[in-house]
Ligand binder design. Structure first.
Ligand code: SAM
Length: 242
């Protein structure tokens, strides 16, 4: 019998994400940038045992290891490139994949620090999370509590991404305001829309094409927006929420 290569192994998801983000497009590029984003991590059998999360509720933040399941598989036609173009560098300059947080990487593993809002063990296990940067359906591989005394390093050097990205200002049209006002979740949705669009989700290579209307799906709506160039820089206008 053939022995498997020593580097091959199998991982099974312990659960799956249900989030405010039905699509990849528009999701902030790191966790915490849209704190209004809500997600649930629903554990699956046999990991949905309340004993496995005992004590977790005493931690405010968690590390999630997950699979970038929407990225191409290693070895596929698209594969993983050794060099990537971080959006932060305007989409031109390249860095090594291991010097980046690219979603196109060997093994497709992601790592996000998220807020733990609630642990619900009434039926199975559901963790309510804040600020996650994960698309709905993301398979989660592991959970670990965050230890600020060991893991917070505010003085660390951060290469090409030394600080949080600059925010754009976001305004709503009368029609978009009216749609929000009609919804029971209007306040939190408005907050989420503002936080997501302030990140300027437009692809780097489109910036400057100011007339175009973009769409970002959040929760059950399509948010149509436009970038408007002004003397003070670019601002975002929410045209309508459908
Ligand atoms: N914080 C994580 C990390 O550093 O590993 C993710 C960073 S990655 C740059 C964030 C982007 O991943 C989001 O903007 C979203 O477009 C994308 N994304 C989120 N969930 C994904 C998934 N399941 N598969 C592929 N891409 C995903």
């Amino acid at each position: 019998t053939e022995t498997p290569p020593h580097h091959a192994f199998t991982l099974s998801p312990i659960g799956f994400i249900e989030s405010d983000y039905p699509d990849k497009f528009g999701i902030p590029r790191q966790p915490g940038l849209a704190p209004a984003a809500r997600a649930s991590l629903i554990l699956v059998p046999p990991f949905d045992d309340p004993l496995a999360v005992r004590g977790l509720e005493d931690f405010s933040h968690l590390w999630l290891t997950f699979l970038f399941h929407l990225s191409p598989e290693q070895g596929g036609a698209e594969g993983w490139p050794p060099l990537v173009r971080p959006p932060r560098l305007g989409g031109n300059a390249k860095v090594g994949v291991f010097a980046s947080r690219s979603t196109h990487r060997p093994n497709r593993l992601g790592l996000s620090l998220v807020e733990l809002v609630e642990v619900d063990t009434r039926r199975g296990v559901r963790l309510i999370l804040g600020g996650a940067d994960l698309v709905s359906g993301t398979p989660v591989i592991d959970i670990k509590p965050y230890l600020p005394w060991a893991e917070a390093r505010p003085d660390a050097r951060a290469g090409f991404a030394p600080k949080a990205p600059a925010l754009l200002s976001v305004a709503f049209s009368t029609s978009a305001e009216a749609t929000l006002a009609e919804r029971p979740d209007g306040d939190s949705l408005g907050e989420l829309v503002t936080q997501v669009l302030a990140q300027d989700p437009r692809p780097a290579y489109h910036r400057g094409a100011e007339t175009r209307i973009y769409g970002v799906r959040l929760r059950d709506v399509d948010v149509r927006f436009q970038a408007i160039a002004t003397d003070e820089g670019t601002r975002i206008e929410v045209v309508e929420i459908v």
